[in-house]
Design a protein around this ligand. Structure first.
Ligand code: GLA
Length: 746
């Protein structure tokens, strides 16, 4: 049998096996090998000189582990059977590799170690401003006239239209890996064509893989041979056999694996005669189409050319890439013609060394004023070692973007199945993705804000229905109350038992106060939403008008139960909302908080304190740039609102701060920075006395994303240049202003 014949036979055999497996496995599951492979507890770690960090190999029971380092900036010592202790000796970055052996099988797992130089006062020369300026004493720049601002108290600080409430950013669907695994989604920073200097040519940013017969590793289920076009593209016609087929290319002529830690993403440009669903995978040491290949992500080829970007976080070393056509949706025997125009590796030009070496951690400076410095984390950024290097160094509070929200964790299939056996069963929760984030926070000793237990926006409709079945009618108030109570109990208990003390506060209810008449019932001083954007608030509708108070009661009762096991537990319970500084909404929030805290009798003539604090989301546009947003004059509203909440005995946190910005010219960045500074000055002043109501300032968009599409929700929410850091993770004027203010105190 010739080589081609043998290959075809092998492909056919493996394809049949794959088909059998795919019958039992949903798309999106790990089709290849269900057993968990050894993995490191941390893919990257920041260790200060003289300090140590521990890393462990998970899923390695019975395996033999040896540890190696590539540079002498760290020492590595075995610590027990599965762990190692890394000690930082000199500044720089190094790789620590665990070589894991199981019989003849060998795995290598790499952890990147960042050792910052000890803190200096002057910023890195490559960053936005050559010398850190003292806080400006110059007069505030005059904002252009903006008739819709100060007179319009109903303008939301979230990215919705001025009359509408917020919508969530991309809801993460745990069953659909494309929703958040795509590196270019809202919370992920992206590299534009304009790295640190606009002069960097494209060829230095990307490396193109030659799509030639020489570089082709293998094909499967093709109708005819691949056609190599004159422009360097390749066209394949894929038959609908065995669930799909396609083509795989080596990255290098010698077929050896490439360490991809220096690359940020793999970009595939594709088009097809008809809409074609794709599955992109990478091999570590593949030699045929059906070799094991971890999934990079999904995508689709359309008639027009499009670029599909994939993060390489899942594959530390790659020898080939596979573009596989999924034919599940096609009639048997049908074909799809797909052109791969290019496969490129995008270099990672980001560098956090300036941002971490030349500055003290923001969190340590903020601590002097009594508040934490927080930011947002997501399933994408948690595995991005550079990005999370920034989080670890500067921030001491993290909030999951979506992963701990009900719509991300509730599992409809499991809930429905359980209900069929037992009609009293409660909703089932899948904590997998939330746990990944909690593990990161725990391993790096950063505390978490829990976000959020009850939020009507984008809440799963099925949760309110009989049998958790979307086609059935809504269940009774009693049943929904039980479900909400049980959901809150399950979530609080799961995280507290698994990560004791990690979560220091929970947003119990989000955005329950309406913006204008029509959103809430006439005569309700709390303005509790009956509607959002023309849709009924299902919590209000099913549980009744006191659903907010009840939710707080459930949360408090659970915390009290957990306290029996851990008397030191002190999880604070928050009400969180946007537009919290506009008088009408602010006053309604005060009414709501009063109502929550006079809801449950303490049996001694008083009430149980159910709510501890108010979260001010703080999406803030303006500084004269954007109509319908805040101007300088509105800063005083922030100050007044903090005072009003504090007067009610509430703690206050700035929970999702983003100073929206759509322009990157030097003058705009400077004004953006000034506005940031003015807001921080308000927070610091609020905490100048003994009471210190502000407990945390959490910045939602810390890194610019200039490539973000205008249709992206995050674009409207934050703008592409809202960050403290640019897309290469260098500091921006906004960072320097905030830093200097916190450091010098004026
Ligand atoms: C609201 C939510 C956040 C987030 C934003 C959109 O503010 O509280 O969790 O979803 O919308 O980014």
């Amino acid at each position: 049998m010739n080589n081609m014949g043998r290959k075809r036979k092998t492909a056919l055999f493996c394809a049949v096996i794959l088909l059998v497996c795919s019958l039992a496995v949903q798309p999106g599951d790990a089709v290849y090998g269900k057993k968990k492979k050894p993995a490191l507890s941390k893919k990257s770690v920041l260790v200060k000189i003289g300090k140590t960090a521990k890393i462990k190999v998970k899923n390695a029971k019975g395996m033999k582990i040896t540890w190696k380092r590539n540079k002498k900036i760290v020492t590595v010592k075995k610590s027990g059977r599965y762990a190692a202790k890394i000690k930082a000796k000199h500044a720089g970055t190094a790789k620590v590799t665990a070589v894991i052996k199981k019989g003849k099988k060998k795995y290598r797992r790499v952890c990147r170690v960042i050792v910052p130089t000890s803190c200096k006062r002057t910023p890195h020369p490559s960053t936005a401003s050559p010398t850190p300026k003292a806080p400006t004493a110059s007069p505030t720049p005059k904002a252009p006239d903006n008739p819709t601002t100060s007179t319009s108290p109903t303008v939301p600080d979230t990215p919705t239209t001025s009359t509408g409430p917020t919508v969530p950013d991309k809801p993460t669907d745990p069953t659909n890996p494309t929703a958040s695994d795509n590196p270019m989604t809202s919370t992920s920073p992206t590299v534009s064509d304009n790295p640190t200097t606009s002069a960097t040519p494209k060829s230095e940013k990307t490396e193109r893989i030659t799509l030639s017969e020489n570089m082709c590793m293998d094909t499967a289920a093709l109708d005819g041979a691949p056609v190599y076009n004159a422009d360097g593209s390749v066209t394949v016609t894929v038959k609908n056999e065995y669930g799909g087929g396609g083509i795989a290319f080596y990255l290098r002529e010698d077929k050896k694996p490439v360490d991809v830690s220096a690359y940020k993403a793999l970009r595939i440009t594709v088009s097809a005669k008809e809409s074609t669903p794709l599955q992109i995978s990478c091999y570590a040491d593949g030699d045929n189409f059906w070799s094991e290949a971890p999934l990079l992500g999904y995508g689709s080829a359309e008639t027009d050319k499009r670029v599909l970007p994939y993060s390489l976080n899942a594959c530390p070393s790659v020898n080939a890439v596979r573009v596989r056509y999924n034919s599940w949706n096609l009639p048997a025997g049908a074909t799809a013609t797909l052109t791969i125009h290019s496969i490129e590796l995008e270099r990672d030009l980001r560098d956090i060394s300036g941002a971490v070496s030349d500055y003290e951690p923001l969190s340590e400076l903020a601590d002097r004023y009594g508040f934490k410095m927080g930011t947002v984390i997501s399933s994408t950024t948690v595995t991005d070692s550079l990005y999370n290097g920034l989080m670890k160094y500067h921030f001491n509070s993290l909030t999951a973007a979506n992963e701990t929200k009900a719509y991300s964790m509730l599992d409809q299939n499991a809930s429905k199945t359980a209900w069929i056996d037992d009609e009293t069963s409660m909703a089932k929760i899948n904590f997998t993705r939330a746990d990944e984030i909690m593990e990161f926070a725990r391993d790096n000793q950063i505390r978490m804000r829990g976000h959020v237990l009850v939020w009507d926006a984008d809440m799963c409709d099925w949760f309110f229905r009989k049998g958790y079945d979307s086609s059935k009618e809504y269940a009774s108030a009693d049943i929904i109350k039980k479900r909400v109570q049980n959901y809150i109990e399950q979530v609080l208990t799961h995280f507290e038992e698994k990560y004791p003390g990690l979560i220091y506060c929970w947003d119990v209810v989000n955005e329950a106060v309406g913006d204008s008449a029509g959103d809430y019932a006439a005569g309700d001083a709390r303005h509790v939403r009956t509607m959002r954007s023309g849709k009924k608030n299902l919590f209000y509708e099913t549980m009744g008008k006191d659903y907010v108070e009840l939710s707080f009661q459930y949360a408090r009762e659970t915390i009290d139960k957990l306290k029996q096991k851990n008397p030191n537990l002190d999880t604070k319970l928050y009400y969180n909302d946007y537009n919290t500084f506009y008088a009408e909404k602010r006053d309604a929030i005060c009414e709501l908080v009063k109502s929550i805290n006079t809801y449950k009798s303490d049996g001694r003539g008083g009430y149980v304190r159910l709510c501890d604090g108010v979260g001010m989301q703080s999406y803030i546009g303006g500084f004269g740039q954007q109509s319908g947003c805040m101007n300088d004059g509105d800063i005083s509203k922030v100050r007044e609102a903090i005072q009003k909440y504090a007067d009610l005995g509430m703690e206050v946190q700035v929970t999702e701060m983003a100073v929206r910005n759509y322009q990157s010219d030097a003058e705009t960045l400077e004004r953006h920075a000034e506005f940031y500074e003015k807001l921080f000055r308000v927070y610091m002043e609020a905490n100048a006395g003994a009471s210190k109501p502000i407990k945390a300032v959490c910045i939602w968009g810390i890194v610019d994303a200039p490539d973000m599409n205008e249709s992206d929700y995050s674009y409207r929410m934050n703008g592409p240049y809202c960050g403290l850091f640019n897309e290469y993770l260098g500091v921006k004027p906004a960072f320097i202003r905030v830093y200097n203010l916190l450091k010098n105190g004026q």
